[in-house]
Ligand binder design. Structure first.
Ligand code: PRP
Length: 181
């Protein structure tokens, strides 16, 4: 275990088992379709890569990058798109892939924005849900795990850009983020 991690919340085997389960479910639900997976940079990169490889249906891959909002912007729910899709999604089956939902503001904004582009269908697949932090109601169509309100890192999730490469989801030691505040 990494020395900055206090405890492992979800180990590699547990995560990989869930990803395979989600992949099988999505493959069944999208049988005869060729969905576009939209990976929301950067946190969802690892999850998307594993999820996509667990699909047995043909799928395409797109990326979007959005700004992390400051407190002022956060309350308005407005999220800035830093990198948009490379293609039109009109008439396409779209699955948004996210690593975590906290307040729900990011996904609420994204779903509204993407829906206005008139996809044939639009669903969300989220690895972690932290319901204690919710500010606007949002329920992902596909969900991996519900997690407590703790500072989690690994499997794509970062603190100050680090720890994304850990194969598990761990709780960061408070002294790591308190020290830099
Ligand atoms: C995280 C996560 C979501 C968002 C969820 O991204 O990937 O996009 O926060 O939070 P919300 O439900 O409160 O809106 P982050 O800003 O950490 O960027 P990153 O994915 O590039 O690490």
């Amino acid at each position: 275990m990494h020395e900055d991690v206090a405890e492992i919340l979800l180990d590699e085997e547990t995560i990989q088992g869930k990803v395979r389960e989600l992949g099988a479910q999505i493959s069944r639900d999208y049988e005869d379709k060729r969905p576009i997976l939209i990976c929301i940079l950067k946190g969802a990169v690892i999850f998307t890569a594993d999820l996509m490889r667990s699909l047995t249906i043909p799928a395409r891959l797109e990326f979007m990058a959005i700004s992390s909002y400051g407190n002022r912007v956060r309350t308005s729910g407005v999220v800035q798109i830093l990198k948009d899709l490379d293609m039109s999604i009109e008439g396409e089956h779209v699955l948004v892939v996210e690593d975590i939902i906290d307040s729900g503001l990011t996904l609420t904004y994204l779903v509204d924005n993407l829906r206005s582009r008139r996809p044939a269908s639009l669903r969300t697949c989220v690895l972690l849900d932290k319901p204690a932090r919710r500010e606007v109601p949002f329920k992902p169509d596909y969900l991996g795990f519900v997690v407590p309100d703790r500072f989690v890192v690994g499997y794509g999730l970062d603190y100050a850009g680090l720890y994304r490469q850990l194969p598990y989801i761990g709780v960061l030691k408070p002294e790591i983020y308190q020290g830099s505040a």
